[in-house]
Design a protein around this ligand. Structure first.
Ligand code: FE2
Length: 275
């Protein structure tokens, strides 16, 4: 029996689930429905969730181990929690299409993000369906990328943070956190579907290709995430929650609300090595 109501935002990506209270102890069968909805819709939205960090973690844990972001401060009370707080002192800067943390060998499976404080208007998040982005490519391009791999690199500012927190030099950092090569087209471990897995934030070069050719092809592939037909756009309110599958989506957080405040908290679930 299906208990979840699913209200799609678009035909392909994004659905709101209006009848689930994430603060409740949810049964395994409800969680399985939730998982299926995530696989079907790639990003799920919930409104008016008066949940705390523990509720957020409990829902996430059903899907896997919790990820600790490499830049988390050591000894933090909730090391798995990332708070993104923007205001007149700190401008928003996630206005770039990306999947999260693809500079790790095993990037996250997904994230659950909760809105604590939102501007009256602005600060929406856009999500892109990277299955559709792949399927929309011409066969000629697909042949070029189907078996290709690409180098993903750490943002330099985050390297500095990790070296500082973990008290290591660059040599040790490079040894412990080498920049990974991921398939340009990955196969989702649960749906078996193929999706485009390069992003403008962290991908640098297609392996074995001249830099100029690689740059041209990557620029072309990044544009796929910006096609409106592959996207949905979520207008947040306080206590809205989004849960995205990081393996087959990209997102873009609009930085259009300066100098207003926007505060969100993210719990992230560990993922597999892309294949
Ligand atoms: Fe992100």
């Amino acid at each position: 029996m299906t208990s979840l109501t699913i209200e799609p935002l678009t035909p392909g990506i994004g659905a709101e689930i209006p009848n689930l209270d994430l603060s409740e102890q949810l049964t395994d069968s409800v969680m399985k429905e939730l998982e299926q909805a995530l696989l079907d819709w790639k990003v799920l939205f919930f409104r008016d969730q008066t949940i705390d960090v523990e509720d957020q973690k409990r829902v996430a844990r059903w899907f896997g181990e919790l990820d600790i972001h490499p830049t988390s401060a050591p000894g933090a009370e909730h090391a798995e929690l990332i708070r993104i707080a923007e205001d007149e002192k700190l401008r928003a800067h996630n206005d770039i299409w990306h999947s999260d943390v693809t500079f790790k060998a095993s990037p996250p499976m997904g994230s659950i993000l909760r809105a604590l404080e939102m501007p009256p208007v602005g600060g929406d998040t856009m999500f892109a369906d990277m299955y559709a982005a792949y399927e929309g490519l011409d066969d000629e391009i697909k042949v070029k990328i189907d078996n290709a791999t690409a180098l993903h690199v750490w943002p330099p500012g985050w390297v500095d943070i990790v070296m500082k927190w973990q008290n290591m030099d660059r040599k040790e950092f490079d040894h412990r956190f080498p920049n990974p090569e991921h398939p340009v087209v990955r196969t989702h471990p649960q749906t078996g579907r193929r999706s485009l897995f390069v992003n403008a934030a962290f991908t640098r070069q297609i392996i074995g290709m001249e830099k100029s050719e690689s740059d041209e092809l990557l620029t072309f592939l990044y544009i796929q995430a910006t096609v409106p037909e592959y996207q949905c756009r979520f207008r947040w309110r306080k206590n809205s929650v989004a849960f995205w599958d990081n393996r087959c989506t990209q997102h873009y957080a609009l930085a259009d609300f300066y100098p207003q405040k926007r505060t969100v908290e993210r719990i992230t679930i560990c993922g597999d090595k892309p294949v």
